[in-house]
Every structure is written in structure tokens, then in C-alpha cells.
Design a protein around this ligand. Structure first.
Ligand code: ATP
Ligand code: MG
Length: 261
């Protein structure tokens, strides 16, 4: 039996008083990759931020269980300690801090105990090797002067080092060249294990040429309006979002819910 990792029921989230998520349901089991797609502004990043407990994203209803435990009252660092990981859509640079130091600090913070130098080093080297990342990369300053692809490399490296149970990846469509896309895809593929659940947020269909999600969900105006398998992503590529949205248009009060406020 698949072990349930994340269970979201009726989640509603407001940002600065504006309702963005309007009752979202999603279940992710260990070993599953779920792609969340949807047009700009549909609430994808809001979902990611709310799941990690970003203070600006106010949960107004519903519940979220992670490994069977209600997490909505927990701070972001506690969520991370419990095994949740968020790769940000717009990672910021941290001048003067090398990737190595950053990763070691992050590992300590998540484990809540010191990580012996040797253990950290072994983990780092093994992860670099697995992800085919050059050792020199780890000596650079976090995101300083990184290309789009390198930022993504830093992100998957962090994912590999922290070894979470659930990875939430928020991928922007713009500014991501094919190299960056491949880096994310190959990284996620290399790190996929039977214990890991992945929520891959994108509205870039091409990413899914490299990562094969078992489930594809379409988010629109703060709700999942359609769920399916990989064929749904192919259908989107061929037809765009319009047919799915038109079909959903049969319940107009839901379609406009995200516009109120
Ligand atoms: N911090 C914020 N302050 C004000 N409004 C916000 C904030 N974050 C999100 N919103 C609004 O919430 C809505 C959904 O935004 P969100 O970033 O979740 O969309 P998205 O699906 O991730 O879009 P994209 O595909 O462009 O990344 C938008 O109307 C956006 O303007
Ligand atoms: Mg977004």
C-alpha cells in the first residue's frame, strides 16, 4: 500500500486580504511525482508558499496533513525539519556564503544537530557525483553570478543534501533555458526514490518531456479543475488550457471565485 505523505483538503489561502486558493484538494504518496500546471496567476506559487508556511500566505480554511500530522500551525523551519523541502521560484543570492557552508548549515538546521565534517563531506561528494556536478561548483558563493541553469543546479544539490520526504519544486516558465530545464529534470530523476514524493509546479509543458510525472493536475483560479496522468500534459501541449477551462466553465461561480475581493 502506498504511504500517504501529503494530504490537502479544502485549502483556502488569502494573500493581503485577497482570496487566491479556493478549496484545493491534493494527495501525494511516497514515490509519486505530481505535476501542477496552470496559467499565470492561477495560484501555483501561492500553493507552494502556503505549504511551507510563508507568513504572507494566510490559510483561511481547510487542512494539510504531512505524514499524518496537521502542519498548518507549524513554522517553516519545523516543517523543513519534518521533511518538507521547497525550491523557490526566485532563489536569492547570499553574497559571501559558499555553497558548501550554506548546505552544511541547512543540513544542521534540518537535522537539529551538528553534522560531523566527514559525514557532511561524504554526503556532499556522493550527491555531487550523483548529480554530475563539478566539485568547484560547491565552492562558489550562493547564487552569486549564477546562470539560470546554475541556480537550478544549486537547488537540486540542496534537495539531494537535505534528503527530504517531500520536495516542492516551483519552476518558472520564463527565463529558463533548455539547459536549466534539463538540470532540474535530471536532478529530480536522479534523486527520485521510493520514499520521496515530488510536487512539481510548472506551466512549462516542455519540462515534462524530461520528468515523467504519474499525475498531472491543472490549477485554475485557485482550484484543481482537472487531474489525470501524463496524457493530460500532452493534451495541454496540443490544445492549451482553453478546452479544460471551457469545460470547467460549467460551474461559473467557482470560475469567478478567484476574482472576488
Ligand atoms: N505576495 C503577494 N501579494 C499580492 N498578491 C499576490 C502575492 N502573491 C500572489 N499574489 C497574487 O495571487 C495570484 C496568484 O499568484 P501566484 O504567484 O500563486 O500564481 P502562479 O500560478 O504561481 O503564477 P505564475 O505562473 O506566473 O508563476 C495572482 O493574482 C497574484 O497577483
Ligand atoms: Mg508562480
Amino acid at each position: 500500500m502506498a504511504e500517504e505523505l501529503l494530504k490537502i483538503r479544502g485549502l483556502t489561502v488569502a494573500v493581503e486580504g485577497k482570496q487566491i486558493l479556493n478549496g484545493l484538494d491534493l494527495t501525494v504518496n511516497r514515490g509519486e511525482v505530481h505535476a501542477i500546471m496552470g496559467p499565470n496567476g492561477s495560484g501555483k506559487s501561492t500553493l507552494a508558499n502556503a505549504l511551507m508556511g510563508h507568513p504572507r500566505y494566510q490559510v483561511t480554511g481547510g487542512d494539510v496533513k504531512f505524514k499524518g500530522e496537521e502542519i498548518l500551525g507549524l513554522t517553516p523551519d519545523v516543517r523543513a525539519q519534518k521533511g518538507m523541502f521547497l525550491a523557490f521560484q526566485y532563489p536569492t543570492s547570499i553574497p559571501g556564503v559558499t555553497m558548501v557552508n550554506f548546505l552544511r548549515q541547512a543540513m544542521k538546521a534540518v537535522r537539529q544537530e551538528d553534522v560531523p565534517v566527514r559525514e557532511f563531506r561524504e554526503k556532499l561528494l556522493a550527491t555531487l557525483k550523483l548529480l554530475k556536478i563539478d566539485e568547484d561548483f560547491a565552492r562558489r558563493y550562493v547564487n552569486e553570478g549564477f546562470s539560470g541553469g546554475e541556480k537550478k543546479r544549486a537547488e537540486v544539490l540542496q534537495l539531494g543534501i537535505l534528503d527530504p520526504d517531500l520536495a516542492i519544486m516551483d519552476e518558472t516558465d520564463s527565463g529558463l533555458d533548455i539547459d536549466a530545464l534539463r538540470t532540474v529534470a535530471e536532478g529530480v530523476n536522479a534523486l527520485t526514490t521510493p520514499k520521496l514524493g515530488v510536487v512539481l509546479i510548472t506551466h512549462y509543458q516542455r519540462l515534462l518531456n524530461y520528468i515523467k510525472p504519474q499525475f498531472v493536475h491543472i490549477l485554475y483560479k485557485g482550484r484543481i479543475i482537472e487531474s489525470g496522468g501524463p496524457e493530460l500534459a500532452l493534451q495541454l501541449e496540443a490544445e492549451g488550457y482553453d478546452p479544460v477551462i471551457a469545460k470547467y466553465g460549467g460551474t461559473p461561480e467557482l470560475a469567478v471565485a478567484g476574482e472576488k475581493a
